[in-house]
Design a protein around this ligand. Structure first.
Ligand code: NAP
Ligand code: HSE
Length: 438
């Protein structure tokens, strides 16, 4: 008896969609023999049918109507690789309501509509796989859901955005101008169509929400997180951090205090000790440290963006989907539920503790440092180190302070006061110090 045919529809034929088509075509025979099915790349959807493509595809397989793929009764696996949340949501829900498997790389969609999507899959017998939505080619969803199923997770942190890590690396190593590096990240297919999602931290926040849901069973909205990006960082911050013995990385930090039952999800540029492994993960690479109460700390690293790495993750979901459709639910060991379906409250700002780096551009005149120190003391923020140097404007100085341990409420009050001083000339820069040994 010949193996059954599974028809695959690819909605979105851009960076990721073309990568999936290319690598699935190249590896089809090997995958088919392992999975015991025939994988047929049936159709693909784009917005503009006339746009030239790097990967060749017969014109008759292309459509500009993505919904027609979601509705096509002959297609069992729909890959949503379009991005955005409006048309993507419609395609995803339509396919799930028809009982299909949807494979998605769309973290913005999952963050915004995850609860609705998972409910639709459950209600209509569809399935939703999303390995490519977090950390590009790193199989972090599988690791959390399957490999680490024995664990609860007090801390998950890491670099989840390839574009920002690429920019920070080139700023540090080549002193390259921000705009030039961002343009390169776009050309290389790392950045989102709207690159502010990357540089302002939202893409990392979307991915953090997905990981927090998997690990803790709670959907955390981005407006419930601290979300700060890299666009205000200057080469001076990178140099100051190095002088203090740190590297700067844009991190997602997800911590759960099981005693108080508090969860915190935040995204911000972070000073990591120079010896920390993640501080040394560079370029487009992502890295994630997952601490489990049974396993201890585990570390994952790999390319976090780009055509090939992301295609690898999408194809892994297609293989899981094929196995599920071929062999039934039993083959899909742990289902699609989160690891830790439990209730917990979000940590209030005074529970989020740490050390801080503050850079101020101030008037270069007597008494300014004393005034800054007294404002910090008023809010019980204790100064650990001070570096004073020239600022890049006349009659001004740059003050870089690090603090002893404080909390988000106290540092927030302090910053508001400092901002209001006439001697503080620019918006202060606040960075968190991540005292993570591993
Ligand atoms: P992209 O290069 O901009 O490609 C998007 C594709 O979707 C294009 O082919 C576009 O058509 C098509 N499209 C958009 N809206 C459509 C609509 N309404 N109907 C039909 N086709 C539509 O984006 P990408 O980088 O491949 O990213 C796709 C998704 O993967 C996003 O959710 C992104 O966040 C995610 N992701 C990307 C990466 C990465 O490294 N790039 C990594 C992980 C996850 P046209 O070509 O005709 O405009
Ligand atoms: N724009 C994203 C990044 C793509 O740079 O990480 C991968 O999700």
């Amino acid at each position: 008896m010949s193996n059954p045919v599974l028809n695959i529809g690819i909605c979105g034929f851009g960076t990721v969609g073309q990568g999936v088509w290319k690598h699935l075509s190249a590896n089809r025979a090997r995958l088919e023999s392992r999975l015991g099915v025939r994988l047929n790349l049936a159709r693909a959807a784009v917005r503009d049918l006339r746009r030239p493509r790097d990967v060749r595809i017969p014109g008759r397989l292309l459509t500009d109507d993505a919904l027609s793929i979601a509705r096509d009764p002959s297609i069992q696996i729909v890959c949503e690789l379009m991005g955005g949340t409006k048309a993507a949501r419609q395609v995803t829900l339509t396919a799930l309501r028809a009982g299909k498997v949807v494979v998605s790389a769309n973290k913005a969609l999952i963050c915004e509509h995850g609860a609705e999507i998972m409910a639709a899959a459950r209600r209509h017998g569809g399935h939703f796989f999303f390995e490519a939505s977090v950390a590009g080619g790193i199989p972090i969803i599988k690791a959390l859901r399957e490999g680490l199923v024995a664990n609860r997770f007090p801390r998950i942190y890491g670099i989840l955005n390839g574009t920002c890590n690429y920019i920070l690396t080139r700023m540090k190593e080549q002193n390259a101008p921000y705009a030039e590096v961002l343009a390169d990240a776009k050309r290389l297919g790392y950045a989102e169509a709207d690159e502010s999602l990357d540089v302002d931290g939202w893409d990392t926040a979307h991915k953090a929400a997905v990981l927090a849901w998997l690990a803790h069973g709670v959907w955390v909205r981005t407006d419930q997180m601290i979300v700060e990006g890299i666009s205000r960082l200057t080469p001076a911050d990178i140099r100051n951090a190095a002088t203090l013995g740190f590297g700067i990385k844009l991190l997602a930090v997800i911590t759960r205090d099981f005693r108080r039952d508090e969860l915190s999800v935040r995204v911000h540029p972070t000073l990591l000790p120079a010896g920390n492994v993640i501080a040394n993960v560079n370029g487009v690479f992502n890295a994630i440290s997952v601490s489990g109460d049974v396993v201890g700390t585990t570390l994952y690293s790999g390319r976090g963006a780009g055509r090939d790495a992301t295609a690898s993750a999408v194809i892994s979901d297609i293989a899981d989907a094929a196995s599920l459709l071929r062999h039934g639910k039993g083959a899909h060991l742990l289902g699609e539920e989160p690891v830790g379906p439990s209730r917990c409250r979000l940590a209030p700002p005074e529970s989020i503790r740490g050390r801080y780096y503050v850079r101020l551009t101030v008037k270069d005149q007597p008494g300014v440092l004393a005034r800054v120190a007294s404002e910090m003391a008023r809010h019980r923020v204790s100064i650990a180190t001070v570096i004073q140097g020239p600022a890049d404007r006349p009659r001004a100085a740059s003050l870089v302070l690090t603090t002893h341990e404080s909390d988000e409420r106290a540092i927030g009050h302090t910053l508001r006061r400092l901002r209001s001083l006439a001697t503080v000339l620019e918006e202060p820069v606040l960075l968190r110090i991540g005292d993570f040994a591993s």
